[in-house]
Design a protein around this ligand. Structure first.
Ligand code: NAD
Length: 415
């Protein structure tokens, strides 16, 4: 039978599995399977050539029982409402497993940012904000960057929001540039948080990280920063990739050389002293640690049995299908599930909101130390749940998170 790769169907199936183990009340289960609110809108954008192009935008507030919805905005040509729903559901579980007082949301625009000029991108970003401004805010829903969005786009969106409202409210969006109230350490936070969880997973597996081989799929904010920071954690990155291809060097890839090459050419391929391989070969390399840091559905029923890594650290959201999950678990691979592994971004976004609220800013050392403490505590809760309930790590992460969200829903009297 063909695998169902609809991300929202996958997110719901993962919840169903956890609900069965938790013996979750059926009414609660039905409520948690669906987003609480969705906004669908069209954004007319004046293009540089004088035409007006209409884009489709979404914002999903999946669940806000534990606090304001929180989640990034993705600009992608293949964006669908079901991708946004899945990502919003995962944000709900991510904020809960991290034990930060926020709910889950996500946004998206169907567009190809590579085909837009800076001016068009700015008008699209401002148009997106005009559509959702009255539905978001520090007490309702706080967006952030995701795939193909960045601090500059957050700055335009913040400015549009504050212009519409007539007051300053930097905490309405996170991942901002530092001069507009961004947090130190936000840009590398997702990658750094993931590396802290790899350190913990290695400890659980009794592995010492020392020149330990690692492959990273995706070379954007998350994958690129993971490469820059990997050596500090005893990892030797031998392969990296982006949507155009992958590169390999058994002796390790110098992060400075690769990032400079990407800055100049926009791609990882043809980087000096590397051999070109395919993205599928990268996933199957004989490395100890595999870091998917690109997009959904990369490890599937088709390739999971050829994965050789001992630890799969899901820095991307939804990189592993349920069928691949079963195969990897049967092989004894330690999976650090996405909404735990990549929680560093939202944890530091939460720190950014706190700093904006107090108008008092921390240094990077303080951010890093608090991030380490938060994500390590979350990792340990999940690992302990996995051992006590004898379930795999993804189900364990769901048990921790769903239980917390369900408790908040119950206390509010919604179900
Ligand atoms: P990005 O746009 O900065 O980078 C994405 C990278 O993936 C690019 O290098 C792109 O070329 C590559 N890519 C796209 N399709 C690919 C394919 N088929 N094969 C190989 N590479 C491919 O995005 P990002 O912010 O780094 O996000 C990456 C993943 O991490 C996404 O799943 C995102 O949801 C997740 N994530 C990001 C953050 C964050 O703070 N940015 C936080 C949590 C989770």
């Amino acid at each position: 039978m063909k695998e169902n790769l609809n991300p929202f169907a996958i997110a719901q199936a993962q919840l169903d599995e956890a609900a069965a183990v938790l013996q979750l009340d059926p009414d609660m289960h039905a409520f948690l399977r669906e987003p609480m609110r969705e906004f669908h809108f069209t954004i007319p954008v004046r293009m540089d050539d004088g035409r007006t192009q209409t884009f489709k935008g979404f914002r999903v507030q999946y669940n806000d029982a534990r606090g304001p919805a929180k989640g990034g905005i993705r600009f992608h040509p293949d964006e669908t409402i079901d991708t946004v729903r899945a990502l919003a559901a995962w944000m709900t579980w991510k904020t809960a497993v991290s034990d930060i007082p926020l709910g889950g949301g996500k946004g998206g625009v169907i567009c190809n940012p590579r085909e837009l000029s800076q001016g068009e991108l700015e008008r699209l970003s401002r148009g997106y904000m005009r559509n959702i401004a009255r539905h978001i805010g520090i007490t309702q829903d706080v967006p952030a960057p995701d795939v193909n969005t960045n601090p500059q786009i957050m700055a335009w969106m913040l400015d549009e929001y504050e212009t519409l409202m007539g007051w300053h409210e930097p905490g309405v969006i996170t991942g901002k540039p530092l001069p507009l109230g961004g947090s130190q350490g936000r840009t590398p936070a997702t990658a750094l948080g993931g590396l802290f969880t790899i350190r913990e997973a290695a400890r659980v597996k009794g592995m010492t990280l020392n020149d330990t081989t690692c492959a990273i799929q995706g070379y954007g904010n998350v994958g690129g920063n993971a490469h820059q920071l990997a050596a500090q954690f005893g990892l030797k990155v031998v392969a990296v990739s982006d949507e155009f291809g992958a590169i390999y060097n058994a002796h390790g890839l110098d992060p400075k050389v690769v990032s400079e090459h990407v800055r100049r050419t926009g791609k990882v391929i043809n980087c000096p002293e590397t051999e070109e391989i395919s993205n599928s070969e990268l996933l199957e390399l004989p490395v100890e640690i595999l870091i998917p840091a690109a997009i959904e559905n990369q490890l599937t029923g088709q390739n999971a049995d050829r994965v050789k890594a001992k630890i799969v650290a899901e820095l991307a959201n939804g990189p592993t299908t349920p069928e691949a999950d079963n195969i990897l678990n049967d092989k004894g691979v330690y999976i650090i599930p996405d909404f735990l592994c990549n929680a560093g971004g939202v944890i530091v976004s939460y720190f950014e909101m706190v700093q904006n609220g107090y108008q008092f800013y921390w240094d990077e050392g303080m951010v890093t130390e608090r991030l380490d403490r938060k994500i390590t505590t979350a990792f340990q809760a999940v690992d302990a749940m996995s051992l006590s309930k004898k379930v795999d790590t993804r189900v364990a992460a769901y048990l921790v998170a769903v239980d917390r969200v369900a408790e908040a829903v119950r206390l509010r009297g919604w179900v």
